[in-house]
Design a protein around this ligand. Structure first.
Ligand SMILES: *Cc1c(COP(=O)(O)O)cnc(C)c1O
Length: 406
């Protein structure tokens, strides 16, 4: 039954193939409804969702706090433009500033846009305080977004090659090696931008001292440190912001994915001394509108008031111990890595695609982050029972592989 449902091509998928630009390699499921950590497809089949809108639905699908805030705001004021003051925007800014090491906020609509804004801010800082320095050092295997500038920032050939020539001013160096950053720094460098843990690059956790060494170097050179926390923040890695775990504060930080628990919102924040934009130097039509900010406010308030980051840390540890048991049993599992509920399972071979499809049949949604690695980014509200269910499915799928000779 399950097998038949997965292989069946519904009309929506045929239509998509005809109408939509074929740039997403989708798995053959059409989702129509979600609640908590569960989603349902167009045939009514239920799945345990460990993708969560790509690490976006931090409180799960259709969390009542978010739904209520959206309903209320939708019948009050949806969009007003930034020519005017609006209250949800200021409330969300206040909550972010009070709970982070940063002093000021700017809201936009996505992670890419947040990073673009952060880079513009760093360049503006360079033009005002660093004799026009404009270069940004970023790392290989990073992911910073899809605009041309963020593709240049993203140190992965496959994203860059189709679009050369790219905007200049970005230097990509190896991750988890502070010496490479020191060696790449010139009088033209205005900032270093890194993910505290690389997400799209495969869930790569750096050594304990890496971010501290970069911080010390940026201080020595008077350049800015930008953390792209689009994926790692809002409790995902077990603290509200990942920087808290490394004992390092950035000068600029970007947010998006988990911030609105499903609504499209991005933000960049900066320390006062780095908040150098003057009137008219940056903007956004939709950015920070009352609708998304009301949702973001409700989500973030719930996350903070209920210590969701602490819960993610706890259930994440439980998940890791279960994954370690699978690793002990199956020789083709090479590694368990990640923090909180941003976790990955590395394999000795390129089997992740097959595993994703096999899990799908069994009712579990997971992500193939690399040909040889699965990523788990479930809602932060999952329980140990949900984790047990996912582990059981993984074990069934892996047992079957073993039966077939690995
Ligand atoms: C997803 C992601 C982005 C891009 O965010 P979009 O909302 O897709 O533009 C940027 N940086 C990191 C670290 C991400 O994980």
């Amino acid at each position: 039954m399950a097998q038949q449902l997965v292989s069946k091509m519904d009309n929506w998928q045929e239509l998509e193939h005809k109408l939509y630009m074929q740039t997403f390699k989708r798995v053959p499921v059409t989702l129509v409804r979600g609640q908590g950590a569960r989603v349902w497809d167009s045939d009514g089949k239920e799945y345990l969702d460990f993708v969560a809108g790509w690490a976006v639905n931090s409180l799960g699908h259709c969390h009542p706090a978010v739904v209520e805030a959206l309903k209320e705001q939708a019948q009050t004021l949806i969009q007003a433009s930034n020519q005017f003051y609006t209250i949800p925007q200021i409330q969300l800014a206040e909550l972010l500033v009070h709970n982070s090491c940063l002093d000021r906020v700017f809201f936009c609509n996505s992670g890419t846009e947040a990073n673009e804004g952060a880079i513009k801010l760093a360049r503006r800082y360079g033009s005002l305080h660093l004799k026009g320095a404009y270069e940004i050092i970023t790392t290989r295997d990073s992911f910073h977004g899809r605009t041309l500038a963020m593709v240049a920032a993203t140190g992965q050939d496959k994203f860059q090659q189709p679009y050369v020539p790219l905007p200049g001013g970005f230097i990509n160096v190896d991750y988890n090696n502070a010496e490479r950053i020191r060696a790449a720094t010139t009088s033209q460098t205005c900032a270093v931008m890194v993910e505290p843990i690389q997400g799209e690059g495969g869930v790569n956790v750096p050594d304990d001292d890496y971010l501290k060494e970069i911080r010390a170097w940026c201080d020595e050179k008077g350049i800015l440190l930008v953390f792209d926390e689009v994926q790692t923040a809002i409790g995902r890695t077990g603290t509200l912001f990942a920087y808290e775990q490394f004992g390092v504060e950035p000068d600029i930080m970007t947010l998006a994915k988990g911030l609105g628990s499903g609504v499209p919102i991005g933000a960049f924040l900066a320390k006062e001394r780095a908040s150098v934009f003057a009137a008219g130097e940056h903007g956004a039509t939709f950015g920070g509108n009352p609708l998304v900010c009301a949702a973001g406010l409700a989500a973030l308030k719930f996350i903070i008031d209920n210590d969701i980051p602490g819960k993610a840390r706890q259930v994440g540890r439980y998940f890791v111990s279960g994954l370690e048991k699978l690793k002990a049993k199956f020789g083709f599992i090479a590694e368990v890595r990640g923090r909180g509920l941003l976790l990955a399972l590395g394999f000795t071979g390129d089997i992740a695609e097959d595993v994703v499809l096999a899990c799908l049949k069994e009712g579990l949604l997971v992500n193939r982050v690399k040909p040889n690695a699965l990523r788990f980014m479930p809602p932060l509200i999952i329980t140990e029972k949900d984790v047990d269910e996912a582990l059981d499915i993984l074990e069934v799928v892996f047992d079957r592989r073993l039966g077939n000779g690995g």
